[in-house]
Write a protein that binds this ligand. Structure first.
Ligand SMILES: Cc1ncc(COP(=O)(O)O)c(C=O)c1O
Length: 492
């Protein structure tokens, strides 16, 4: 069957194609050629019409005509009478994967691989490490090394003292936990991968929030799962939609982000946690709660709600994922999974298969940091709250028609753009030096295409420059509609 690549899908694949020097049509041709070389575009695949692609890339039609023409002369594309432009025969065919409209982490992963470059990139909502990491590392090397070096160093379940520290951390939050219920992973990301491997056998279904965290949606898709999206309200995943999704087709997992949802920053209320846990238990569906942003909070409540697992009726299967990534440092790559001991045992076998265990020195460091996690998260929350306020002020001032709900926690604003397509806006923003992730890339239905995620993990100077660039791109969209403009000059 011939696969048709829609214009928004192709735009996502092309990433930050319009940066750098040279005419736009040449940069577009180079980006398309790269996609063909790497097998991301397959032999025989049909590309969108010049008009459609120009609309989504916010260029003139002549730019796309020029790029397609150039690639025809390089024999990478061919035009067949009556069936449009296709990738010419020469590349091997990777497996088909065109079922889902949006919610893909392509641009986010690519930005991690490429590094920031000259752009202000909104692909990642993270900042550098807490200074306590350096002090603690000194302590580990000074006091713990003799003992650590006496150990063979292979602990697929995790260093015992770290599992103990994590179990205590949950018990203190009202969720009694023993070390057998903890698996240490290389970041929350690996915990999600391991759970997907254990729970998903094609054809399985996973109920997810819409919007959601696209990297995790990619993990589920890689296991050939069908995604069943459910919307959110101010208290978290919506109950009627969830009840319907759980009742249909025996899903294998429900994936939610109670504390706090990425990208909206919503904190799931205690009442909603209880209701979600009851519904999942009633339908026998395991819950995977991803609390990567727990602790990064802007509400004034003293006691944040305990993990959703604490609200689950007995016998319910709840898996809790968390990490040091947001409150301490992503570079540590320390995350974990909490769940029933027999599930943790199965997950430990997958973890052993993947890497035989997370590096021990990082785990020893984490074991010293976990008892201070509340204090570290509070400090980071205070710093990020100031940045949130700076960003809100700048946006209200320079982009007064943009709208958002103040996040309860997390690292981003989820902004709706009035009467605009965020995919097109993202193309214009790129040419003003900002990599924007459009909402459609975070929603498995491809909806929320009028939204963008704006992280506030930058310094006030960068936030100011960011909003200045965004408002230039916005004014251009408002004044003229999309048009070709000068190549980007590197700025930061
Ligand atoms: C919701 C969510 N889950 C998981 C992760 C991965 O976290 P880690 O860096 O601990 O692997 C992220 C990273 O941004 C995230 O936003």
């Amino acid at each position: 069957m011939v696969h048709f690549r829609s214009a928004p899908e192709l735009a996502e694949l092309l990433g930050s194609w319009s940066t750098g020097q040279g005419p736009l049509y040449r940069k577009l041709a180079d980006a398309l050629a790269r996609a063909v070389d790497e097998g991301a575009l397959r032999t025989g695949e049909r590309l969108p019409s010049e008009r459609e692609l120009a609309g989504v890339l916010a260029t003139s039609r002549a730019t796309v005509v020029g790029a397609y023409e150039e690639l025809r002369s390089r024999q990478l594309l061919e035009r067949r009478q009556g069936s449009g432009t296709r990738v010419a025969a020469r590349t091997p065919t990777p497996r088909a994967d065109g079922r889902v409209a949006g919610g893909r982490g392509t641009a986010i992963f690519q930005r991690l691989i490429d590094g920031p470059g000259p752009l202000i990139s909104l692909a990642c909502a993270t900042e550098g490490g807490a200074p306590e990491v350096a002090d603690t590392l000194n302590d580990v090397t000074r006091y713990d090394m003799t003992e650590l070096l006496a150990d063979p160093g292979y602990h697929p379940r995790g260093l015992p003292e770290l599992r103990e520290a994590i179990a205590t951390y949950y018990t203190q939050q009202g969720l009694p936990t023993c070390p057998d219920e903890i698996l240490v992973t290389t970041g929350a990301h690996q915990a999600l991968v391991v759970v997907a491997e254990v729970y998903l056998r094609a054809p399985s279904r996973v109920v997810v929030e819409a919007p959601s965290w696209p990297a995790c949606l990619d993990i589920f898709r890689a296991a050939d799962a069908e995604l069943v999206p459910v919307g959110l309200d101010d208290e978290g995943i919506q109950v009627p939609g969830l009840a319907a999704a759980l009742a249909e087709g025996a899903p294998a997992l429900l994936y939610v982000m109670p504390s706090h949802h990425n990208p909206t920053g919503i904190l799931m209320s205690p009442a909603r946690r209880r209701r979600v846990a009851e519904l999942a238990a009633k339908h026998g569906v395991a819950i995977l709660e991803d609390n990567a942003y727990t602790g990064i909070s802007y509400t004034d409540e003293d006691e944040p709600p305990a993990p959703l697992a604490a609200y689950a009726p007995s016998g319910a299967e709840t898996l809790t994922v968390e990490s040091l990534g947001k409150a301490v440092w992503g570079g540590l790559r320390i995350g974990w999974l909490r769940g029933p001991a027999e599930i943790i045992e199965r997950c430990a076998r997958r973890k052993a298969f993947a890497d035989l265990g997370t590096p021990i020195i990082d785990q020893a460091l984490a074991a010293r940091l976990i008892p201070r996690l509340g204090e570290l998260a509070a400090r980071r929350s205070a710093a990020q709250r100031e940045r949130l306020e700076v960003l809100e002020r700048l946006l209200k001032d320079q982009l007064p028609t943009w709208q958002w709900r103040r996040p309860d926690g997390g690292a981003s604003l989820w902004v709706s753009l009035p009467d605009a397509n965020a995919d097109v806006f993202a193309q214009l923003a790129l040419r003003h030096g900002v990599e924007v992730i459009p909402g459609s890339a975070m929603d498995p239905t491809g909806q929320h295409d009028n939204c963008i995620r704006v992280p506030f993990t930058f310094t006030p100077d960068v936030l100011s420059e960011l909003v200045h660039r965004l408002s230039r791109a916005w004014n251009e969209l408002q004044r003229h509609g999309p048009s070709d403009c000068d190549p980007l000059r590197p700025i930061i």
